[in-house]
Design a protein around this ligand. Structure first.
Ligand code: UN1
Length: 496
């Protein structure tokens, strides 16, 4: 019998008010039912928000270093549970264990980084223009943060939003993707064991209805969302109307440029990892490969050969290199794009089909796929596919390569393989993305650096690093005048 899990609301594990549930199944083997989780609605969010407001009042008075101590204990517990969490995560979303271990590690790194930030949270002390007067800033928490997170990094993404939000003194309502509820359940258990006061964290499972209710709730002052650009835009409209602070992290169409002087062995390892790691289900996935015409044929042949040898399977088996897609709709979408690519004139070099092996029949598998002869006009060069599909584009000069790399609506990540230091710096300057890698693929962001994109990928904010702490806090300015007289700024010092 599969277990029925609950929300964590108002300090208790409780079902959705409607009693409705959704099933969580292993995408590598859909006969494996992990459990049933609440399918929550507006009433559940209302209750969570009421409790979170109380949690906020309590937590915001706890000193920053003490909030950091709780997060350090969270980091310790995540470290002790790394293997268990990685296994649970692979079971519910399919990527291989090496990657889910990395996902847990990113959460651990974020916890320890946030823990130390509790002893900084710097404000500024600035000279006043008037004598006997001080001017300074400090950070105040905002209130209740609503976090809406995707399936592809079930621990890293919720925690890189949640830990900074908590450290700054906010309470959190987490609405994780309905495809990965189990990891969030395990995370919240860990937070509570580490000593986080119960009302400071609320976990509400569900889909669109719960997400919308969270965004629309008037007491939820700050929203952070990672997911599709379409959903992000609609969240943006609501938050704009309601004057909420909002961080959006959305699609990508990331290019790797392999120049004529590149170390091709290195670039080959990079593109295999960038394009087919996580089965291509990363915002940062390498989904376009720009090959200089002098290396194009040679590199493509080697790539196709290497990618054809990638082993598909259950991510919990040591031999597996590429896991399944997350669900049937994701695989249908990949299939549609591969068909559209070919209709528009791309050449199918590898894959383009489900695997035939009986062993893989019960999961949402799709073979690593390479489309060549792609141009910037093709939809497969412009739209996010979120699957193991790589579009290969030929170019002649670095100027062309940068123009092609920039000719998409998104701007998350980019990469260049070259030995030429001048070209590297030119590319860093000219590639219109939030992140550029030199001699590394488009993935591999580290927890202590800002993460995010430009154009339709984001809305100007960054996750991670030191910048995210600005997002979850309001700046308060305090002036203290101890002169005992009325001093008028802009006037008394400049009277003529
Ligand atoms: C994502 O691509 O959805 O950059 C997030 C990386 C990870 C985070 C990626 N640390 O590889």
């Amino acid at each position: 019998m599969a277990r029925t899990f609950k929300n964590f609301v108002d300090g208790e594990w409780i079902p959705a008010e409607s009693g409705a549930t959704l099933e969580n199944r292993n995408p590598a083997d859909t006969t494996d039912l992990i459990g049933r989780f609440p399918l929550s609605g507006r009433a559940d969010i209302r209750r969570a928000a009421r409790s979170a407001m109380q949690g906020f009042r309590l937590w915001s008075r706890v000193p920053g270093p003490a909030r950091g101590d709780v997060l350090r204990r969270v980091g310790d517990l995540l470290t002790a549970r790394k293997e268990m969490l990685a296994d649970a995560m692979t079971r519910e979303m399919g990527k291989v264990l090496a990657e889910t271990r990395g996902d847990v590690q990113e959460a651990i790194d974020t916890a320890y980084y946030a823990a130390t930030e509790g002893r900084r949270l710097f404000g500024h002390t600035v000279p006043s223009e008037l004598p006997s007067k001080w001017a300074m800033t400090y950070r105040r928490p905002i209130g209740v943060a609503g976090l809406i997170t995707p399936f592809n990094f079930p621990l890293a993404i919720p925690t890189w939003k949640m830990f900074p939000a908590l450290l700054c003194g906010n309470a959190v309502i987490l609405k994780p993707s309905e495809d990965v509820p189990h990891t969030s359940h395990l995370l919240v258990e860990t937070l509570l064991e580490a000593g986080l006061p119960p009302q400071v964290i609320q976990l509400v499972h569900g889909g669109e209805e719960a997400g919308r209710a969270l965004v629309e709730h008037p007491d939820v002052g700050v929203i952070s969302f990672t997911g599709s650009t379409a959903t992000g835009s609609s969240i943006g409209e609501t938050c704009g109307r309601m004057h909420k602070r909002l961080s959006l992290e959305m699609g990508g169409k990331n290019a790797m440029i392999v120049h004529e002087d590149a170390d091709l062995d290195l670039a080959l390892d990079g593109v295999l990892w960038g394009a087919f790691g996580t089965t291509g289900q990363r915002c940062t996935a390498t989904s376009r490969l720009l090959l200089h015409r002098k290396v194009h044929d040679r590199f493509l042949a080697r790539l196709s050969d290497a990618a054809s040898g990638l082993v598909l399977g259950d991510g919990r088996s040591a031999k597996t290199q590429v896991g399944p897609l997350i669900h049937a709709d994701a695989r249908d979408k990949v299939e549609r794009y591969v068909a559209v690519g070919q209709e528009q004139g791309a050449e199918l070099v590898l894959g383009g089909a489900r695997p035939r092996s009986r062993r893989l029949k019960a999961g949402w598998f799709y073979r690593p796929t390479i489309l060549a002869g792609v141009t910037s006009k093709h939809r497969v060069a412009r739209e996010e596919i979120f699957g193991p599909v790589l579009s290969v584009i030929r170019y002649s000069t670095m100027r062309d390569a940068i123009r092609i790399a920039n000719a998409v609506p998104y701007g998350l990540s980019s990469s260049l393989y070259t030995q030429d230091v001048n070209l590297s710096f030119r590319a860093m300057e000219e590639l219109d993305t939030g992140i550029t890698y030199i001699n590394a693929p488009t993935i591999g962001a580290e927890a202590h650096l800002p993460f995010g994109g430009i154009k339709q990928t984001g809305n100007g904010h960054r996750e991670g690093g030191w910048e995210v702490f600005d997002f979850y806090a309001e700046t308060k300015v305090c002036y203290v005048d101890y002169s005992g007289t009325l001093q008028r700024a802009q006037i008394d010092n400049y009277d003529d």
